[in-house]
Design a protein around this ligand. Structure first.
Ligand code: GLU
Length: 465
């Protein structure tokens, strides 16, 4: 058979959300698994009030950052309005749609009746269709689709399975607004048809829309695509993932210092897992060879920031990803300053702390401690006697080290501890504190190496026991 034609069709009414990124990712994986297949990107900007160029650019750069590639230039839906309107007229002429002039009050009234079950159909207008005068108007109407009141439609969804909805549950939705602009419901079908889309992967918040959009395909005699409605992502409290749970837009996750690989790894394991559970760390190429769309769970998945942190810690520690840290530094106001001042120092610091962090942004406050010129020169702590007794000798030792190299410093410290017959923490803890204002962190040799001899001595000397 010829390949699949899929598409990702975001509305540019917000920055790229992690849930949309997942839809795009699954489309990309699916297309990559099937030879001769294509993935198109369509910007659905027919809602002119809420769509912006900035959101469009944000979505495109977010997809590129994740490594999602599509075929051809992105399609801009609003450029195709005339084609959408011509299809609406076609539906009108063939008696599959009608003009409606109901006022907002009339519609509200009717909706009330539908909601309390007073009428046995979701049909929102029951008068305009039969009125010849209205049907011959030239302007001032909306165009509604006609939906039969009996019968039902069945969808064999790749993920959701068989779903049946009665036609009297479907409203006679608007195809063209009063201002002669097409609605999403019309444009999406026309554009998908014209692009030859034969496999639609989208969020299951659009499942109900299938039962509406199906009628346009039917009336136009167009081939209906296959559908895979993927379940939405929830936060840990079971509600739809939103800002309340944490960063939900790709741009915010990127600013925090999450890596594309971690986001992809985390997203793909929502509702799917490779057969071998040990393959939990899985990158795009490997996902493409293992993922099976029909084994995606049909229930909502929980997005765990803890898990994302775990993956990010894994990926940021990889030596081969060091260049990503450098890129991050240059994109961050604080870190770019430090990077320009002394990039070796910043990279050494990162390498010493990377085990302990889950995002690059956590390096900012750590780096501030190492790069500040205003390190407080008083220490309120009083350390143990064992430390106080040997501190001056330790200062001398450090002062006398001219070979400022990791192994050499490490050896000198070990010998010093042995000679003074103390346990390592007796020296290590206070020294770490004096150097960084924190009792926790990497080994003191690491810290000495980051700070260099002069700055280390300067910081140690603030302790006057
Ligand atoms: N533009 C729609 C959205 O952003 C997607 C429509 C679809 O995938 O059919 O939700």
């Amino acid at each position: 058979m010829t390949g699949y034609i899929t598409r990702f069709a975001p509305s540019p009414t917000g920055n790229l959300h992690i849930g949309s990124a997942r839809t795009a990712l699954i489309n990309f994986i699916f297309k990559s698994q099937h030879p001769d297949s294509k993935l198109f990107l369509r910007i659905e900007d027919t809602d002119k009030k809420r769509s912006t160029e900035e959101f469009k650019n944000n979505i495109i750069s977010g997809l590129k950052w994740l490594g999602i590639k599509w075929d051809n230039d992105p399609q801009i839906q609003s450029l195709n309005i005339n084609r959408h309107l011509s299809i609406a007229n076609n539906l009108l002429n063939n008696n599959n749609a009608y003009k409606c002039i109901c006022t907002e009050d009339e519609l509200i009234n009717r909706r009330k009746k539908i909601n309390i079950g007073e009428v046995n159909s979701k049909k929102i207008c029951n008068s305009c269709e039969k009125n010849k005068e209205i049907q011959s108007l030239e302007s001032g109407f909306v165009i509604r689709i006609k939906i039969p009141t009996d019968g039902s439609e069945i969808l064999e969804d790749v993920i959701q399975g068989k779903v049946e909805v009665k036609n009297n549950e479907i409203d006679d939705f608007v195809l063209v607004r009063k201002d002669n602009t097409p609605t999403y419901m019309l444009s999406v079908v026309v554009d998908d048809h014209d692009l030859g889309v034969n496999y639609i992967i989208r969020g299951d918040d659009h499942l109900n829309n299938y039962f509406r959009q199906k009628f346009i395909y039917k009336y136009m005699n167009w081939k209906v695509p296959q559908y895979a409605h993927i379940p939405l992502i929830h936060g840990e409290d079971g509600t739809k993932l939103s800002k309340r749970h944490g960063a939900v837009n790709l741009i915010d996750l990127r600013k925090k210092g999450y890596l594309a690989d971690s986001i992809i790894n985390n997203l793909i394991l929502l509702g799917w897992s490779p057969k071998n559970q040990d393959d939990e760390i899985i990158q795009l190429q490997n996902i493409i060879s293992k993922f099976e769309i029909h084994s995606l769970s049909k229930s909502a998945s929980i997005f765990s920031y803890k898990k994302l942190d775990y993956f990010n810690n894994y990926y940021l520690r990889l030596e081969s990803n060091l260049h990503l840290f450098k890129d991050y530094c240059l994109s961050n106001i604080v870190l770019s300053k430090f990077f320009k001042l002394d990039n070796q120092k910043l990279i050494r610091l990162f390498n010493s702390y990377k085990k302990e962090i889950s995002t690059y942004s956590q390096i900012i406050s750590i780096a501030e401690i190492y790069f500040t010129n205003n390190f407080s020169n008083t220490v309120d702590e009083n350390f143990e006697d064992d430390f106080n007794k040997c501190f001056n000798d330790f200062l001398k030792l450090i002062n006398n080290i001219n070979n400022w190299e990791y192994d050499y410093i490490n050896l000198e410290i070990k010998e010093f501890i042995k000679k003074n017959n103390i346990k390592f923490p007796v020296l290590g803890k206070p020294v770490r504190y004096l150097l960084t204002n924190s009792f926790n962190g990497p080994s003191i040799t690491d810290i000495f190496m980051i700070l260099g001899k002069d700055q280390s001595l300067e910081r140690l000397k603030r302790y006057k026991n």
